[in-house]
Design a protein around this ligand. Structure first.
Ligand SMILES: Cc1cc2nc3c(=O)[nH]c(=O)nc-3n(C[C@H](O)[C@H](O)[C@H](O)COP(=O)(O)O)c2cc1C
Ligand SMILES: [Fe+2]
Ligand SMILES: [Fe+2]
Length: 403
């Protein structure tokens, strides 16, 4: 895509990625796409803020060169050294021979140890709060460790009040032509994808996100320009507010609602799932239903992250919880989705074992298991009626608790 001017002399020069299947080798983005946003600032000094993942390198270089020859670049700001932003650094050390690389002290260490770019003499450490004058414009750097890696920082352009926030306030979802939030008719897709990105990528560092937001709270920001997804030109406080809310879910109250995850080999637990869902629906409480064996955990985590209740419906498999569902709980543990109110139901053949296994996993997750229901083999009509009642009771117990 051609560069787009954000403010006079400040350009978006990113690329869309519609071919990578898995972001970080783990999270599906093939359908939604993802953008690597890079920015160019022209003043007396010429600056690139963040590079891109080494895909579409030619498109990226042609875009940059359409505005300025790369050999005239004075600074390359490295907000973050993850290869989706700094993967082209080796290339740029050749193409922009004058350019100094700017980053935090931690970045100066990682540039050679992690990226193996042996250009220490071209690296300039910037301190927290330091200002770099470019001419009419000036950049201020804010260290924001662990949003997303230890070396991460954000860059603020003072005259235009643009915050280049890197991974923070980013989201999945390619940006095709329309790169600003105020150009999008319905933001639902991008906000949902920002949540999925948040929970998949950033959530483990929620406390650091809160610290970063608190630190920058007095900074007058007119535009938030992250390194993935939309640029928030209108009401940037919207994305900051969402990030703040999602970060608060790591330790504070979450939303009313139930994540209902099921798995089933022969359809018995699936029949129970339908009945349980019917019972929940009677209460009117929000619920999201997932087939745990067929839905990538990336899409389930946002629901688990944001909602208070979780019901697991899974049969016994070799004395344990049905493995695809157990794997989701393992990822929830990794993402520290703790303190939920939980229920379990499932079908077993002869001895069971899934419930015991689930209780052990729930313990590790600090989930309070309030309701359980086991059925041997194929559920009959009484079992289904019981399951419906059970679903309603679980949902009602959530509605009654106040938080
Ligand atoms: C590979 C496999 C392993 C199983 N292991 C056990 C087991 O260890 N204990 C048990 O009680 N039932 C076991 N079962 C029986 C299932 O739990 C039972 O068929 C259940 O009704 C399946 O429910 P579903 O139709 O929802 O998959 C196993 C079934 C299969 C296919
Ligand atoms: Fe990152
Ligand atoms: Fe990133």
């Amino acid at each position: 895509m051609k560069p787009i001017e954000i403010r006079p002399g400040i350009y978006w020069v990113g690329v869309n990625d519609q071919t990578t299947d898995l972001f970080e080798g783990l999270w599906p983005v093939r359908k939604e796409g993802v953008s690597y946003n890079s920015y160019l600032i022209l003043d007396e000094k010429k600056v690139i803020i963040d590079l891109i993942k080494p895909i579409k390198t030619e498109e990226y270089l042609i875009g940059l060169e359409s505005i300025i020859p790369l050999k005239e670049i004075d600074y390359i700001i490295l907000n973050h050294l993850e290869p989706d932003h700094a993967g082209l650094l080796m290339t740029f050390s050749q193409l922009a021979p004058q350019a100094k690389f700017l980053g935090t002290a931690k970045a100066s260490e990682l540039i050679s140890k992690f990226l193996k770019v042996k250009e220490e003499n071209r690296f300039q450490i910037v301190k927290d709060g330091e200002i770099l004058h470019l001419g009419e414009k000036s950049l201020q750097f804010f260290s924001t460790p662990f949003v997303h890696w230890p070396e991460t920082m954000m860059t603020y352009e003072k005259s235009t009040k643009i915050l280049f926030s890197c991974d923070a306030f980013g989201g999945f979802g390619a940006i095709h032509g329309r790169i600003f939030n105020d150009e999008i008719d319905s933001l639902e897709f991008y906000e949902q994808e920002a949540l999925r990105y948040y929970v998949n990528i950033v959530a483990n560092y929620s406390q650091r996100v809160i610290s970063a937001i608190d630190k920058l709270t007095t900074l007058p920001v007119e535009i938030i320009a992250p390194s993935h997804g939309l640029i928030w030109r209108k009401s940037p406080e919207r994305i900051v507010g969402l990030y703040k809310k999602w970060a608060s879910y790591a330790s504070g109250p979450v939303e009313k609602g139930i994540t209902l995850i099921y798995g089933s080999m022969y359809g018995f637990t699936e029949s129970l799932t339908d009945a349980v869902a019917k019972g929940i629906a009677r209460t009117g409480i929000k619920y999201c239903l997932f087939d745990g064996a067929r839905t990538h955990v990336s899409y389930i985590l946002p629901s688990l992250w944001t909602m208070e209740g979780v019901i697991i419906g899974a049969p016994t498999y070799e004395v344990k919880l049905f493995p695809p569902v157990a794997a989701i709980l393992e990822m929830a543990r990794h993402k520290r989705i703790f303190g939920r109110k939980a229920g379990y139901f499932g079908s077993y053949g002869w001895s069971g074992g899934a419930l015991k296994d689930f209780k052990g996993l729930a313990d590790e997750l600090k989930w309070k298991v309030t309701h359980t229901l086991e059925v041997q083999g194929m559920p009959d009509k009484d079992d289904l009626a019981r399951a419906e009642e059970w679903g309603e009771q679980f949902a009602s117990s959530l509605i009654k608790t106040c938080s």
